[in-house]
Design a protein around this ligand. Structure first.
Ligand SMILES: *Cc1c(COP(=O)(O)O)cnc(C)c1O
Length: 369
């Protein structure tokens, strides 16, 4: 195998060369005027991407960003509600519990979306809840929960809204201007290296001495945005990646490529976990049959240079394997994935029967996009 491996992992993303250039520059002091300007401009770019009113950045992964939000939700001492339909929803409930928040949990089976009706039922069942926390793109299943509906319904009840946008922001179009707290990271959909945790927030947040310093959003929101050491290289790399991630048409292109992947896998008889009307094009989760072992299959793909996601406990337990289309991904790379997939399964490539019968192979999915 001479070809370089192609990554269909949700992270680390496939890096644009500009990101690597940014990483190799000589670091700038984090209190220097030039760097503070760079931080201000990355925040402006993130506001433009998400519609957020305020953005704070800090060193860390998505887990840290969600801990920061948990600490804010805990501040009020009021009861909340966490919506769970996958691994990352379960983690939000764990974040809230560790922060000492008081809350209820509404669960749906993994793979079942929180659509408008499910959200309405959940909110109605918990009239005392003053805040609600949900994952937007549930990375474990590829399901997109309906954030616009949550925003409308929760506001009608006067609730505050928090959303985990870690795998959504940068990979699908997300608007969080009316959301109280939304998290994102540098290393997934936006397509930089991991290391910058991003919090979008609706209000100016003030510091709170009951919160650990490193998790206190109020400290990051003040102090020109840099209360502690921040890596200039990670900020520059994020800026370089954002420059490409925010280009017009990119998300639509990735959505097309992801939808093609889904259609091709379904034509091979595979079960895709997320129902098509709530599926993220950027994460395709395949439930393998009982006769196929996800570890052996994923290892065989990896040995042939195709990196997929199948090692996490929650995937192994369900015999699920995932191909993520985040950062940079082309139709040619998807075709390579499919060719290797067929080779590993030892089958003839599936002939495009529907195309020959005059149907556009993307018909239904493209209409949904
Ligand atoms: C990856 C992920 C996280 C955790 O992020 P880390 O960067 O691994 O800490 C949280 N939520 C969602 C939806 C994710 O996809």
């Amino acid at each position: 195998m001479t070809r370089a491996a192609i990554s269909f992992l949700p992270g680390p993303a496939q890096l644009h060369p500009d990101v690597l250039v940014a990483l190799s520059r000589t670091p700038a002091p984090h209190r220097g005027a030039a760097f503070l300007e760079d931080v201000a401009s990355i925040k402006a770019e993130l506001r433009a991407l998400t519609g957020a009113r305020h953005v704070s950045v800090m060193l860390g992964s998505g887990t840290i960003a969600n801990d920061v939000v948990a600490a804010q939700l805990r501040r009020s001492d009021e009861r909340g509600l966490v919506l769970v339909n996958g691994e990352f929803g379960e983690r939000l409930s764990d974040h809230a519990r560790r922060a000492g928040a008081t809350f209820d949990v509404e669960r749906l089976p993994w793979g079942v979306p929180f659509d408008g009706n499910a959200i309405e039922r959940a909110l109605a069942a918990h009239p005392a809840a003053t805040w609600v926390w949900m994952v937007h793109l549930e990375t474990s299943t590829g399901v997109v929960n309906d954030l616009p509906r949550l925003t409308t319904l929760a506001h009608a009840r006067g609730m505050r809204i928090a959303v985990d946008g870690v795998s959504a922001i940068g990979s699908i179009s997300v608007q969080v201007g009316d959301v109280d707290f939304a998290t994102a990271v540098s290393g997934k959909g936006i397509g930089s290296v991991p290391g910058v945790a991003i919090i979008c927030h609706r209000e100016r947040v003030t510091p709170d001495e009951r919160i650990a310093r490193s998790l206190d959003l109020g400290l990051y929101a003040g102090a020109e945005g840099v209360p502690f050491t921040l890596s200039s290289n990670l900020i520059w790399a994020l800026s370089a990646a954002l420059g490409h991630a925010a280009k017009p048409g990119r998300m639509e292109r990735l959505a097309t490529v992801g939808a093609q992947l889904r259609v091709e896998l379904e034509r091979r008889g595979h079960v895709i976990v997320a129902p098509v009307e709530s599926a993220a094009p950027s994460v395709v989760t395949v439930a393998l049959g009982a006769d196929e072992c996800v570890q052996a299959f994923g290892d065989a793909l990896a040995a042939r240079g195709i990196l997929t996601s199948y090692r996490s406990d929650y995937l192994v337990r369900r015999n699920w394997i995932q191909a993520a289309v985040m950062g940079e991904c082309t139709r040619e790379q998807v075709d390579t994935l499919l060719a290797v997939w067929d080779e590993v399964r030892g089958r003839e490539p599936v002939r495009d029967e529907r195309a020959r019968r005059g149907h556009h192979p993307l018909g239904g999915v493209a209409a949904h996009l």
